[in-house]
Design a protein around this ligand. Structure first.
Ligand SMILES: Nc1ncnc2c1ncn2[C@@H]1O[C@H](COP(=O)(O)OP(=O)(O)O)[C@@H](O)[C@H]1O
Ligand SMILES: [Mg+2]
Length: 233
């Protein structure tokens, strides 16, 4: 895998068993994503975006072919190794935020650092930095039910970013947000991409997200239909 690539996918196929037969959700996927990219899998519902994002996130494995993520071949990792890859190198942002509702904003953002066994003073600084990136330092003691959808997604971004992962995967992150909040969180992620050189890979069919992507990987019926680059502005 060349140095600048963070993801490299070769001849990937993913099928799911369906009764006596199977359903092929992804086929003939060949794709390289470089470090620092701000890119997304774009396509209609059912085109395979989440399936591919889950494989890149080592939450699932290819049926055949290979998916290299940060020099690991996802299908060859043990459960323990893939958990370690996720814990140390990857950040996830989901449509439904997936926050712990009985815990404060602070505790939600702190959680990945506890898994990494980072000491208390350093943890505190990292959590407050992450909350500052997303503009939520005044909400540290709030709990998710007291926040708007946009604020919840900003907490989720802070949680994904707090350990400064190499790669952030965001699956339909704006699906529950209005236009103003969608633009706000996208701008936050664009800034983090620039400042920390974090690679972002989205799965989306939302035009509000698509217009921010520097490269778009269009999926149709489980295949790459086309790839387009945005002109730099
Ligand atoms: N675990 C599964 N078992 C069977 N079929 C699945 C499974 N996961 C996804 N699929 C199918 O694969 C296709 C792609 O799904 P998905 O990746 O979720 O698409 P998208 O995220 O683009 O909406 C869909 O037809 C879906 O029903
Ligand atoms: Mg999906």
């Amino acid at each position: 895998m060349e140095n600048s690539a963070i993801i490299k996918i070769n001849d990937l196929v993913k099928s799911f068993p369906m009764g006596k037969t199977h359903f092929t959700a992804l086929r003939d996927i060949n794709l390289t994503i470089g470090r620092g990219e701000f890119t997304g899998l774009v396509g209609p519902s059912g085109s395979g975006k989440t399936t591919l994002l889950n494989i890149v996130g080592s939450l699932d494995t290819p049926t055949s072919g290979e998916a290299w993520v940060l020099d690991h071949s996802v299908g060859r990792l043990s459960a323990r190794q893939s958990a370690q890859l996720r814990k140390e190198e990857l950040g996830f942002i989901f449509q439904s935020y997936n926050l712990l509702v009985v815990h404060t904003v602070y505790e939600n953002v702190e959680f990945p650092l506890l898994l990494l066994k980072i000491g208390a003073p350093e943890r505190k600084k990292m959590v407050m930095d992450a909350l500052e990136w997303v503009g939520l330092t005044d909400k540290v003691r709030s709990k998710p039910p007291q926040l708007s959808g946009g604020e919840c997604q900003r907490v989720a971004i802070a949680r994904a970013m707090v350990k400064k992962p190499s790669l952030v995967l965001a699956d339909e992150p704006t699906a529950n947000l209005d236009a103003a909040n969608s633009h706000h969180i996208l701008k936050t992620m664009v800034n983090l991409n620039r400042e920390l050189n974090t690679t972002f890979l989205f799965a989306t069919h939302d035009e509000k997200v698509i217009k921010y992507l520097r490269r778009k990987i269009y999926l149709l019926d489980g295949k790459i239909d086309k790839i387009s680059e945005q002109e730099q502005t």
